[in-house]
Design a protein around this ligand. Sequence first.
Ligand code: NDP
Length: 310
Amino acid sequence: MEQIKCLVLGSGPAGYTAAIYTQRAGIPTVICEGLQPGGQLTTTTLVENFPGFPDGIDANDLMERMRKQAENYGAKIWSKIAVKTDLSAAPYHIIFDDGTEVTAETLIIATGANAKYLGLPDETKYKGMGVSACATCDGFFYRKKTVAVVGGGDTACEEATYLASLAEKVYMIVRKPYLRASQIMQDRVVNHPKIEILFETNTTGLYGENGVEGGHLVYRQGQEDERKYDLPFDGFFLAIGHKPNSDIFKPWIKTDETGYILTEGKTPRTGIPGVFAAGDVADPTYRQAVIAAASGSMAGIEVEKFLSDK
Ligand code: NDP
């Protein structure tokens, strides 16, 4: 069974940055790309808020550069998905989807979190053409336009408020007759002149020629007074929650109730010696590429410290 000094699971900004740090510290590192090589960022198009790129940068290009940087320092990249772990004792045991097994002296969990979607075929059809799960990333493209935000939790309220600072009009599409968000967030959207909340409303599809031009909505779906109608908007933002990719670590690692890995204070330490978590899998709040990259560097530094203290 192959023995790895440092194994990084995940190939988003956190994973690549961690590997850049560990390799530069002379620690042989393997990055396991996982389900989505390049991570969540590759589901968007232009990244305008990653510092260092005054004109923005294509998301795939940015991730390709990070990958190359990690490889230039000697990191090995595997196209595998970890399916099972045993973190009961070091070296840690990892099993991959192709049946291979390795042990790792140190492990950086950078498996990310996936935004939840409604599951409509139109979400895939219009991805990058009006459908987004990140207002901070894509809101800029909707200046003075009309957008819809799906969800009634804190994230939806926060995204709606943010979008209202840019867009002309924001609809919130909420399936229940009430919001689930905290009172303070509710007050912000309810009293906002640009935000209109459509309660008891579901989206069944989207329409548009070369991008989203609106949605097919249903008020009180399945009830006697059900009403179907089309609502024009330019952008469709999902804010119905995220799912951190932490299931395979759960027997060993503490998570919150949603599944975000709990780390010690401001460090990426998980409580298991030599096992660190970086990026969105441990970040329910910010979920930004630059923050993921920063936490990846912290994890890399921690690995170096851990191995030299041994
Ligand atoms: P939540 O799970 O709190 O809310 C999800 C929302 O999406 C709910 O309104 C839910 O509706 C709706 N929803 C879920 N699935 C569907 C679906 N298939 N169709 C339509 N609507 C759907 O997730 P959040 O991301 O908002 O928040 C996650 C956690 O992070 C919470 O604990 C929140 O408090 C916290 N948070 C805090 C912030 C802050 O304090 N500033 C900011 C952002 C998040 P329903 O109610 O019907 O289930």
